[in-house]
Ligand binder design. Sequence first.
Ligand SMILES: C[S@@+](CC[C@H](N)C(=O)[O-])C[C@H]1O[C@@H](n2cnc3c(N)ncnc32)[C@H](O)[C@@H]1O
Length: 235
Amino acid sequence: MTDSKSPFAGGPLKTFGRRGGRPLSRRQRILMDELLPRISVPIDAPGALDPKTLLEDAAEIWLEIGFGGGEHVSGQAAAHPNVGILASEVFFEGIAKLLGQIEDEGLSNVRVWPEDARQMIDGLSAKSIDRAFILFPDPWPKARHQKRRIIQPDFLDALARIMKPGGRVRFATDVRSYADEALERFLAHPDFTWTARLADDWRTAPQDHIETRYQMKKLGDIEPVYYDFILSEQF
Ligand SMILES: C[S@@+](CC[C@H](N)C(=O)[O-])C[C@H]1O[C@@H](n2cnc3c(N)ncnc32)[C@H](O)[C@@H]1O
C-alpha cells in the first residue's frame, strides 16, 4: 500500500519514532531486497486480504504488532510450526533482524508487513486472526506525547474487527501509566474481556511468553504486566 492510498496519510499520529538506525550490513540489505518481497503481506484494499490465502496450511493465524528485533515472532514461529504469523514493524534494522532469523531457522510460517501495523489491520478481512500480540509498545511517557500510543479506542475497534470470536490479544508493558491507560481502554471496549482472575495472572510472565532484548533492558518504571483479553463470542 502506498502512502497516497494510506488511510493514515495526514490521518492518525505516528505511533513510532525513527525508522532508520545504523546502516544495514550487506547480508541484511540482500535480505531486504530479496527475501522481504517474497514474504511480504500483500495489502492493497480495505478488508480484502484473507491471511489464510498466504498461509494455507496454518491451523491458526497470529499477528504481532511492532515486533522490534523479532525475537518473539521467530521464537513463536519456531515453537508453533502449524501457526502462521503476520508480523509488522517499521524500524528497518528490526525488520532486517527478523529476516535474518527467518533465513537462519528456515521459518516458512512468517509473513512481514514492513509498514504501519494499522494499515495491515485495515487491509485484513474480518474475523481472520486467532491471536494478536502487542508487546512493550512504544510507551511515549511524556504527557504531551501520550496521544501517540497505539492503544487508542479507534485502534481497538479496528483490532476487534479482524479478531475471530474467542480470539486472544496479549498486551504487555513495563510502564505504569501505559499499563493503566491500556487496561482502562480495553475494559471500556465492548468486545474485549480481560481473562485475569488472580494478580499472578497478569504480573507473572505467561508460560508461552518469549522475552526480547528490548524487554531485558528494563527501561520502564514497573515490573512487566501481561494483560490477556478474549474477543467476545457474541458478534
Ligand atoms: C519499544 S519497541 C518493542 C519491540 C518488541 N515488541 C519487543 O518487545 O521487543 C516498539 C516497536 O514498535 C514499533 N512500532 C510502533 N508503532 C508501530 C506501528 N504503528 N506499526 C508497526 N510497528 C510499530 C516501533 O518501531 C518499535 O520497534
